[in-house]
Design a protein. Structure first.
Length: 282
């Protein structure tokens, strides 16, 4: 997403936010206030008979950290502390850890590693991570004990029964391989899939084992116009840009992210997501 201050003010006037003066005031609000106004979103997802044993599983989803220059480590530290109070069973981090420099991961990864969950904390990489240096970002995460699922998966257990957690590579600039990611998943085992971008859900939902996809990437557009949505959505984040969707027999949730790629949010607060599986659907 590329949105300058001048571009936002021009778009604000066109979209009916108001005059340039009002647009400037709105911009200052969005830059100075809403970017730091954390929103904790609780999402309840019903299961069906094939994965009803996962009832009660609590997953915390964080995404799109974009550390520096606009998103500061103190804000991300606060977001992780809030996430920790939710006492997740499983924590997942869906990419774009860095913004301009890959080596900032060495400051961020220890903060993320403080988010403890009994089943572990797992990551996938996003397009910015690949653009700035895949190996460096991966090294920083792994060095802090945060596994990166790069077209990989593993079996976890809940209520004494197995489920599968898989992660695919970034679809914009990487090489996602769903077949490889799901290779270790038995036929009757439900899977949760981590994908930085949400829009490949139409393809991923064809695998009947995948019951839930968790993504980020879009930031919700960062700027949302009531009744219109966002005009500033990135590739692979335009169809399923924020919130909960049903894609075939699979659920998809797109997190709005914590950080920003341009220094503004409007009607689109940074998000910590608490996902609770609620048992058999009616």
């Amino acid at each position: 997403m590329r949105l300058s201050r001048r571009g936002f003010l021009r778009s604000a006037a066109v979209l009916g936010i108001g005059s340039v003066t009002t647009g400037a005031a709105t911009y200052q609000y969005g830059r100075r206030f809403e970017t730091g106004w954390l929103d904790v979103v609780r999402v309840e997802i019903p299961t069906d008979d094939r994965w009803a044993f996962l009832e009660g599983l609590r997953i915390v989803l964080l995404s799109d950290f974009h550390l520096l220059p606009y998103t500061q480590i103190d804000f991300l530290r606060r977001a992780v502390a809030v996430a920790a109070t939710l006492r997740p069973d499983l924590a997942v981090l869906t990419g774009d850890f860095v913004q301009q420099r890959a080596d900032t991961i060495f400051d961020l990864a220890p903060v993320l590693a403080s988010l403890e969950a009994p089943l572990g904390t797992y990551c996938v990489l996003g397009n910015h991570d690949l653009w700035r240096g895949r190996n460096t970002v991966r090294q920083g995460l792994s060095g802090s004990g945060l596994p990166v699922l790069d077209n990989q998966g593993l079996l976890l257990a809940w209520s004494g029964r197995p489920f599968y957690l898989a992660g695919v590579d970034d679809c914009w600039s990487g090489h996602p391989d769903l077949k490889a990611a799901m290779a270790g998943c038995p036929p009757d085992t439900p899977a949760v899939l981590l994908s930085h971008e949400p829009d490949p859900a139409d393809e991923y939902a064809r695998d009947p084992r995948i019951r839930l996809q968790l993504s980020g990437h879009s930031h919700g557009g960062q700027v949302r116009i009531p009744g219109m949505g966002s005009p500033f959505l990135p590739p692979y984040g335009r169809k399923y840009d924020m919130g909960l969707y049903r894609v075939g027999d699979m659920w998809l949730y797109t997190n709005r992210g914590l950080g920003v790629s341009v220094p503004i949010r409007l009607n689109c607060r940074p998000e910590v997501t608490e996902i609770v599986l609620t048992g058999t659907a009616a």
